[in-house]
Design a protein around this ligand. Sequence first.
Ligand SMILES: CC(C)(COP(=O)(O)OP(=O)(O)OC[C@H]1O[C@@H](n2cnc3c(N)ncnc32)[C@H](O)[C@@H]1OP(=O)(O)O)[C@@H](O)C(=O)NCCC(=O)NCCS
Length: 154
Amino acid sequence: MRLMTLADVDAVLAIEQSVQAYPWTRGNFCDALGSAYLCYVDEVAGELCSFAVLMSGVDEAELLTIGVAAPHQRKGLGRTMLSAMLEVARAKQLSRVFLEVGVSNLGAIALYRCAGFAEVAMRRAYYRNEKGSEDAMVMACDLSSELSGGRVNG
Ligand SMILES: CC(C)(COP(=O)(O)OP(=O)(O)OC[C@H]1O[C@@H](n2cnc3c(N)ncnc32)[C@H](O)[C@@H]1OP(=O)(O)O)[C@@H](O)C(=O)NCCC(=O)NCCS
């Protein structure tokens, strides 16, 4: 796992375009890098196989995108990348990580639930899709109980 650089954008974009119906553009990734969002990639045998972009605020972060190259899916790379993003959030003493996911993206929702995310809201007709639109589930992973100096139950 390492930070994404501009030199990685071609490879990241190739994955994004092959796994997303409405992919982020080159401009979106370049803007994310230019905005100092936390952009990470991971490689297998020298090949860039996964990426994620985390937008960090003062107290919370939002996972803006995560992707794994199709031939490498279901091998644990998504779980590893998501765990790394949560570690980044913990290291920054953030209390919650949010994300939005299309309600039909059952694989991603299963991954997020495994990592400790739970549904907190629904955004109606949030994404475009071939049928017109799709609702987005807003999910959050609460890290507040792990904060140093945080409240102790009981
Ligand atoms: C979602 C995505 C990042 C998951 O990455 P991955 O490397 O394939 O996931 P992992 O192998 O780490 O899976 C971890 C767990 O998540 C769940 N999961 C992941 N993909 C799944 C799928 N297609 N169907 C059902 N469960 C799935 C499973 O519980 C899995 O554990 P298991 O393999 O032991 O059953 C990947 O499928 C992807 O890039 N999809 C396209 C982009 C996308 O949808 N991104 C999310 C946008 S919000």
